[in-house]
Design a protein around this ligand. Sequence first.
Ligand code: CA
Length: 311
Amino acid sequence: MTIIIAHRGASGYLPEHTLSAVAFAYALGADFIEQDVVLSKDSHPIVLHDIHLDQVTNVKDKFPHRSRADGRWYARDFDLLELKLLTVNERAHLDGSGAVFSKRFPYGQGNFQIPTLQEEIDLIKGLNQSTGRNVGIYPEIKKPAWHMQEGVDISKLVLEVLSKNDYRSPTDSIFLQCFDSKELKRIKNTLNSSLRLIQLIGNNTWNESDDDYNLMLTRQGVKNISSYAVGVGPYLQLLYQASVANNNIQPTIFNQFVRENNLLMHPYTFRADTVPLAFEDFSEMVIWFSDTLKVDGMFTDFVDKTVNLLK
Ligand code: CA
């Protein structure tokens, strides 16, 4: 069975990480809903993809003089009450050239706010009670080393919220993800969490952590991951090689290493409006990953389309 993880909520249809996007993802049939988590100035875990506010909110208009020397506005510089004054919009390019996905929810329309992690948990657990379903959460600890430089232990604070909400054991409906391998080991061995951990795998050029992701793709690298995590979350291009000449798509050897170590495979991101060239269309892509690769989960911006294809 392949679980469907709503990537930043139903982000294909509504501004990412808003409570509206969470409720919609729930209604469209997600098995898990993702929360990216960063900290406010008063150390509340909030649900936001970036440590910056400027690509997804109207912070520049609301607080024009609160950027740092690098010209960016940081969530960490605002108390929760101030963050609640911001309106969330469709993700926009930094250079002011408009929405990243121009066909999605109209840029700048609607009245959406940044939720706290607690508010999202309340919404999902509330819906679990009223519908009788058991939809899980899938939080990501964002930039733990950067938060530590700022003087705050984000993992500790997030684990406190999770524990308070009865997310404590490997049988609870939660996966906890991070790009930083040192932090995942610390969560397991120092903070003594028994939650199921997922090692995210990015590209070294993204500067997500000081990990070398090329090493993680090797047989020894995958074996190392299996000492602290139950699965991996690689970007989907790491999982196939496409030969344009004979229109052939083959799995990479990394898939075999993941299977050898009995790790779960939860690749990201399946987007109906951005399909890699190797695949004819969204349908071919989803079916290849489910039937040929037999992935255990998919992070998708389009929950309904993915669910329908997997039926
Ligand atoms: Ca994420």
